[in-house]
Design a protein around this ligand. Structure first.
Ligand SMILES: [Zn+2]
Ligand SMILES: [Zn+2]
Length: 120
């Protein structure tokens, strides 16, 4: 015989525990939201005016994105050339790779933070 423990659904004790857990989750979330350091999800760069800014992009965002400075649809991800440290905008396209405009190197890494000295 297959004996199931506590047959007949969830007891009051379990319900109370669940409620406490939910409240805890809410409180923890609340705190982390408030205390979190604001970091830009994406560092973007305009291929028209070289403006660098940070933005939260949707996963379905269409490139090129609109530049907040010159208002042109010319924004891509900001990349840095590993060879000569030049910054370059890269607009994601199928079978396209970021290439450094200075030394033509393809050894480029996406910027994770806005470089100091540039206004956001
Ligand atoms: Zn621009
Ligand atoms: Zn380079």
């Amino acid at each position: 015989m297959n004996r199931r423990s506590e047959a007949g659904g969830i007891g009051y004790g379990q319900l109370a525990l669940l409620a406490v857990l939910l409240v805890l989750l809410f409180v923890v979330r609340h705190y982390t939201e408030r205390g979190r350091v604001i970091r830009y999800d994406r560092v973007l760069m305009c291929s028209a005016c070289n403006h660098i800014w940070g933005g939260n992009l949707d996963t379905g965002a269409q490139f090129p994105v609109r530049c907040p400075k010159c208002s042109q649809q010319a924004g891509g991800f900001a990349y840095r050339c590993e060879k000569c440290q030049a910054l370059l905008p890269f607009i994601p396209q199928p079978s396209a790779m970021p290439i450094c405009p200075k030394c033509k190197s393809t050894d480029c890494a996406r910027l994770e933070e806005i470089p100091s000295g540039t206004s956001p």
